[in-house]
Design a protein. Structure first.
Length: 360
C-alpha cells in the first residue's frame, strides 16, 4: 500500500498543495515552520481520522479560512481508495471514501494503516496514563475494527453517565443510573479485553524493538486497573458493574465516573524500573521509539499490507547507534521522513524541498 497523491486546501500553512510522493522513501527537507510536519499530519489524517499531533480539527484549518480540505488516493491490494476530509470551522467534519460517506469510521482505519513517530512521543513515557491508554486503544482499533466501535460505545456511555451525575448529583435517578452502569460495564469490559489482546500481541515485538533501536535489557508493560479487572480477562462486565454500584455514592458526590478503563494506568517498565519516574531521559526517548517500532511491526505482521511510516524530525534526537536501528525500517514500504538538515538522514530516497508554499 502507498499514498499516490495528496491535495491540501487551506490546511495549516498551505493555501493549496498537490504532492505526489514516491512509493518508497520520501525525505522532506526544510527549515523549522516550513510545513513539513503539516504534510505528514495531513497524510496521516486520511488514515487515522485525527491529527497524530493530538490537536483539534479546527487547528488544522488555515488562519482566516472557513474550512480545510484534505484529499488523497491510496493504492491498496484491491485497487485504489480515495479519501477526502472536509474540516469546517466551526462545524462537523465530513469524510468521503471513494465519493461516499463510510458507514463507520472504523472502515477507514481498517483500510489505511499508519504509524507516526514524532518528538512529542516522549510524552508517552513521561506524562500521565492517558497517552498510554490512547496508544493501546489506537493500536487495537487499527488491528481489529470492532475495537474502535467498542471504544466509541464506552466513551459515549461514560459521557452520558457523567452528564447525569453532573446535573443531578445525589438526586440522580437510581433506575437511570442502572441503565448507564450496564452500558458502561459492557463496553468497558470490551475495551479492557481489547487492551489485553494488544498487550499480548505486543509482548515479543516490543522487546525486539527495544533491542533494535540500540538498547539492552527488557521493556515490558505493567497494567494497573483501578476497578480490579483480572489480567487474564473474563468476567469484566460483572466486576465493573459491581464496582460502579459500590462507588455510586462517591460518584454522586464527585459528579463523575471513578471506575473503568478510562482510569486505568498502563505503565512501562525498563529492567524492573518504572520508565516514567526512574528511567533517564535517553532511556525514555528509546522507550518511546520502541513503542512506535513495535506498533509498526505488529501492524505489518497482522495486516495484509505494511503501514505507511511517518518519521517526523526523529533523527535530530538520536545518536548514531539509535539512528542505525531506525534506518533498518526505511526499506519497508512507503516512508516519509522530515529533517531540517540535508545531511541528517543518511538514506536513499526521493528528496523534497519544502518552503511552506510548494514541495519540489
Amino acid at each position: 500500500m502507498h499514498l499516490s497523491w495528496l491535495e491540501l486546501t487551506n490546511t495549516r500553512c498551505y493555501e493549496t498543495l498537490r504532492f505526489e510522493p514516491a512509493e518508497g522513501v520520501n525525505i522532506l527537507i526544510g527549515s523549522n515552520g516550513a510545513g513539513k510536519t503539516s504534510i505528514l499530519e495531513a497524510a496521516a489524517y486520511l488514515g487515522l481520522l485525527k491529527s497524530f499531533r493530538g490537536t483539534p480539527d479546527d487547528a488544522i484549518v488555515r488562519n482566516g479560512a472557513a474550512q480545510a480540505v484534505i484529499r488523497g488516493e491510496f493504492v491498496v491490494e484491491s485497487g485504489t481508495t480515495r479519501v477526502e476530509v472536509e474540516l469546517p470551522r466551526p462545524g462537523r467534519r465530513r469524510v468521503l471514501v471513494n465519493g461516499k460517506r463510510p458507514q463507520r469510521n472504523r472502515d477507514v482505519l481498517a483500510q489505511i494503516p499508519v504509524v507516526a513517530f514524532q518528538p512529542d512521543d516522549l510524552d508517552l513515557v513521561k506524562r500521565g496514563p492517558g497517552l498510554r491508554r490512547g496508544y493501546l486503544d489506537d493500536l487495537a482499533a487499527q488491528l481489529w475494527p470492532q475495537a474502535g466501535a467498542d471504544q466509541q460505545d464506552y466513551e459515549r456511555a461514560v459521557r452520558q453517565r457523567n452528564s447525569l451525575l453532573k446535573q443531578e448529583g445525589r438526586r440522580a435517578d437510581a433506575v437511570t443510573l442502572d441503565v448507564w452502569d450496564e452500558r458502561v460495564a459492557i463496553a468497558g469490559a470490551a475495551v479492557f479485553d481489547h487492551r489485553l489482546r494488544v498487550l499480548e500481541t505486543l509482548d515479543a515485538p516490543l522487546g525486539e524493538a527495544y533491542r533494535l533501536v540500540g538498547e539492552r535489557g527488557s521493556l515490558t508493560w505493567a497494567y494497573a486497573s483501578n476497578w480490579g479487572a483480572l489480567m487474564e480477562g473474563g468476567g469484566g462486565v460483572e466486576r465493573l458493574r459491581d464496582v460502579l454500584l459500590q462507588r455510586r455514592p462517591r460518584d454522586m458526590d464527585q459528579r463523575t465516573t471513578s471506575a473503568g478503563p478510562h482510569r486505568d494506568d498502563p505503565a512501562l517498565v525498563v529492567d524492573d524500573r518504572p520508565a516514567r519516574t526512574m528511567a533517564s531521559q535517553g532511556e525514555q526517548r528509546t522507550v518511546a521509539l520502541a513503542l512506535r517500532v513495535a506498533a509498526y511491526r505488529v501492524l505489518s505482521l497482522h495486516r495484509s499490507t505494511r503501514p505507511i511510516l511517518l518519521l517526523d524530525d526523529v533523527f535530530s534526537e538520536l545518536d548514531p547507534a539509535h539512528a542505525r536501528g531506525v534506518m533498518t525500517l526505511l526499506d519497508t514500504g512507503q516512508v516519509f521522513v522530515t529533517s531540517v538538515r540535508e545531511d541528517e538522514v543518511q538514506a536513499t530516497g526521493r528528496r523534497w524541498a519544502v518552503d511552506g508554499r510548494t514541495v519540489t
